[in-house]
Design a protein around this ligand. Sequence first.
Ligand code: 3HC
Length: 287
Amino acid sequence: MASDITTVAVLGAGSMGHGIAEVAAIAGYDVWMRDIEESYVEDGLDQLEWSVGKLAEKGRLDEDPETVLSRVRTTTDLETAVGDADLVVEAIPEDLEMKRNLFADVDEFASDDAVLATNTSSLRVSDIARAVGNPERFCGLHFFNPPVRMDLVEVVSGEQTDPAVVDAAYEFVESLDKTPVLVRKDVPQFVVNNVLTPLMEEAGWMLDDGEAEVRQADAAMVFRRGYPMGPFELADFGGLDVFVHSREQWDDPVPECFETRVDRDDLGRKTGRGFYDYEEGDGVDYE
Ligand code: 3HC
């Protein structure tokens, strides 16, 4: 475990939040997972329990699932979640005002020594950090989906982040048995998503122009490049609404094939249909 961190509060129990809570619990931290409604907390905990059980089944867990799960406590109360936390990781929707409002409250309830981190994927860390009195203790910890299976985590230094806070965050990521990548320039989408997004966009423009088909583009990247998923499969996996929202908030153009699906509420795996139809059971076979 990272030397000064024993208790981690994760704010948000969605796909990223419950996954971050899970990796922290697996690494031995005491975890509070908090969301604004009991049903969100319960859904997140159900998924966390499923995932821990699956890891155990696959022989990927060093302890009993029950031991890992005993480290996770849940609440809807912010003060309870962050009051004793040494590290607070926020993983709520990508809305700047929502994140700022949350951190203004966290600033009130958390200990002055706690490190505050955002899991934002598309906003600037420094813009969120302005919500707290001491932005020196604020950094980015950008996990990838699903956190429990993705090795990489971006550790982002905001304009005012204290180097000691970056070091603590870096050490925390290492203690999760993951690979930290230090991002020194706080640009929207950091490094990984800036590299990844054009791939998904280009596939989208080609589909719009009739120059590529969904399975064909995915197969090209999976079989020719060795990627675990092609661009459309990955978009379905992360949620098409998440992708479109991240482009629109910076006024970046979005391929029509993404927008029409979002307008139809075909958001990918989570709604059963996106570029692929998961309800029909055809899933992704590239043929
Ligand atoms: N927890 C536990 N087990 C899991 C799991 C999870 N979260 N997800 C999948 N598994 C299990 C599956 O259920 C399966 O079990 P089964 O064989 O009993 O059904 C087992 O792991 C293996 O599943 P797969 O055969 O599907 O596993 P793969 O070897 O293909 O790996 C994957 C799955 C890790 C998701 C892989 O497909 C992958 O790496 N995909 C790319 C993901 C990626 O690129 N993520 C980054 C997206 S960008 C991002 O996150 C940016 C952010 O800002 C939004």
